[in-house]
Design a protein around this ligand. Sequence first.
Ligand SMILES: *[C@@H]1O[C@H](CO)[C@@H](O)[C@H](O)[C@H]1NC(C)=O
Ligand SMILES: *[C@@H]1O[C@H](CO)[C@@H](O)[C@H](O)[C@H]1NC(C)=O
Ligand SMILES: *[C@@H]1O[C@H](CO)[C@@H](O)[C@H](O)[C@H]1NC(C)=O
Ligand SMILES: *[C@@H]1O[C@H](CO)[C@@H](O)[C@H](O)[C@H]1NC(C)=O
Length: 259
Amino acid sequence: MAFSYSLLLAWSSVSGLQGSCIVIPCSFNYPEPEKKPSKLTGIWFKDTHDTIYHPVSSNIIKDYRGRTELVGDLWQKNCSLRIDPLHLSDKGPFTFRIEMEDHNKTAITVLFSLLISGSPDPPSLSVREEVKVGEVVSAFCSVSHSCPSDSPLLTWSLSGTPSVQSQQLTDSQWEVTSSLTFTPSSTDHNQSLVCTAEYRGEKTVKRFKTLNVKCKWTTPFVLTTLFVCGAGIMRSEPGEAWNSSKHTVTQFCLHRGLI
Ligand SMILES: *[C@@H]1O[C@H](CO)[C@@H](O)[C@H](O)[C@H]1NC(C)=O
Ligand SMILES: *[C@@H]1O[C@H](CO)[C@@H](O)[C@H](O)[C@H]1NC(C)=O
Ligand SMILES: *[C@@H]1O[C@H](CO)[C@@H](O)[C@H](O)[C@H]1NC(C)=O
Ligand SMILES: *[C@@H]1O[C@H](CO)[C@@H](O)[C@H](O)[C@H]1NC(C)=O
């Protein structure tokens, strides 16, 4: 008798980045045969004919040879496939077939496609709308990706203490988050806090937020823009006497009485 198989592909959408890797989550099911098969062979195809994964690599078409790996355990009914690196043309549709020795081969034809993008999405960045001089603040930057073995690297434009965490969002998507603990100073006011995500292949994307720094004690202290010239400090707009390329523009928290 022939077996009827069902293939369960449990994901909502599988998207990946060109040059990065992806693990396509895949599981299948079938009624247990009376006689346990002595060998299982899982094969992946592009459409239904071009072999993109086979345990014997000479059966794999040239474009995919060395790029595909069956990471699922077929005995656990797991047919997950890893493609590394991803090419823009890896859209699919792909199909999977399981072959059981001692039983008639049955093709399982499930068509599905991948969404491959050429450039990553910018990270998401959050920090409090208003921070205070000298106060300990945390900012968070995160990106999602499809390649857990090669997470994007997150870096910050401000010095502080970064801490990185990774979590799995879905069967095929992970999220990496960097939290930066820093202590703003008055000169950070109106400066950009930049988070950069670097993917494999030196692909980088950035997101920034302009810091709004307030003095630690509000009244009677105010954050004041000052123009510094040698030992002199002047609170004024740069006029003809003040050339901003020669003079440092900075911010201080000053007592109102001093202004
Ligand atoms: C395989 O299929 C052929 C013909 O379709 C059938 O005669 C044979 O009994 C099947 N063998 C098994 C092991 O299912
Ligand atoms: C299938 O195998 C992959 C790779 O080892 C693993 O990440 C995934 O959790 C497995 N899926 C199931 C449903 O066990
Ligand atoms: C903030 O920076 C921008 C661009 O550097 C500048 O145009 C603006 O005047 C600054 N605002 C304050 C309040 O310093
Ligand atoms: C400001 O200083 C720079 C560098 O010394 C000079 O090149 C520039 O001409 C000056 N600008 C004005 C408006 O004086």
